[in-house]
Design a protein around this ligand. Sequence first.
Ligand SMILES: C[S@@+](CC[C@H](N)C(=O)[O-])C[C@H]1O[C@@H](n2cnc3c(N)ncnc32)[C@H](O)[C@@H]1O
Length: 387
Amino acid sequence: MTQRGSAPFDPLAAVTLPALDTPLAMIMAERIAQSGPITFAEWMDACLYDPEHGYYRRGRPTVGRDGDFLTSPEVHPLFGASVAHVISELWSGEPLTVVEVGPGSGAMAESILRHIHATAADLAAELSYALVEPDPSAAEQTRARLSHAHDARLLQFYSDITEIPSADLVVANELLDALPVHRLVARAGAWREIYVDYSRALGFRDCELHVSDASLLDPLMGVEASERQIAEVSPVRAEIVEALARAVCDGGLLLLFDYGYERARLYASWRRDGTLMTFRKHVPGDDPYVSPGETDITCHVDINQVREAADAAGLTALPTRSQAEWLHDLGAAVLPAVADAGADKSRYLAARRAAETLADPAGLGRVAVMAFVRGDTPPLSGWRGHA
Ligand SMILES: C[S@@+](CC[C@H](N)C(=O)[O-])C[C@H]1O[C@@H](n2cnc3c(N)ncnc32)[C@H](O)[C@@H]1O
């Protein structure tokens, strides 16, 4: 007689996704078999940005409810409206240019533009909005999405940050935490680099070798690492921040939202495994070798590195805020009481719920809001107290 219903309940079975043997896995296996181990930065770059098979180049949703993880602009238009408020504070009545880098689905651009059209028609008429989207099919989708939100003549698309115009605001949400990192591991008081190796028997795996470039160790000077501690370092982030900072015009602002920590906290000896995470279908993981090209890989940002790069381009840092603090100071974290909500109560309740999500100190509210100005800007309410 067969027993029915006796298997113990395994809640993990519901949240573990099967690994995919992806086209990129086969390409990378071949490449490593031919030329030997590659740095983790090369691996992550291929996984996210391979022109044909990279996670951000497949022409499918990555962020949002149909994608793999939720970003602030995808939660609710309230986030974009908050950035729109910053734009209105920067506006002096002259034509104004905003550059958004890595717009994803275009959700932030759409909510910024809709908010400005709804609340400041005179500003909308003066606002050029430029988007940097290297993927041509994503750029086309975003162009279509924004076609009803703004005058097409005031929308520009660029495929590379080296082409961007001088701007009053350069803004990016979760750009830097999606850039490739090198992974270093502390061994007997020195750093070794983690490369990616492959064998048919063991698949993709970590392999520790020499540090590929001595400058990778610069941010780790003075770090008292614990044995086998992992540290992620991303020189390309500094290059990108510097390029974006150079585009900021006098009186303008560079505004970057990213998960990150100050260097001392990022490389603290108790953070033994680093910050690398993967996401597929809203399931977080920690194995970057599962389903390459079908999975997001992300690492927290070194806030000091961002500050140094902005400083090298002549910008001055405003105090780094958490997203929760920033939304509070803007007045977007707590909505007015329901009695003031007007007729549409369900929209009000959705916005109130979104405000809680965006300012949740255990979730999106802990995103770092990093802001840098060139010269004098008008007082900005997200940074009350900044002269
Ligand atoms: C985590 S997603 C965030 C998307 C969107 N900003 C959001 O918040 O929903 C990171 C985005 O940065 C883009 N990206 C990465 N490097 C870039 C670069 N050099 N120039 C422009 N976009 C880039 C990726 O293609 C991807 O769309």
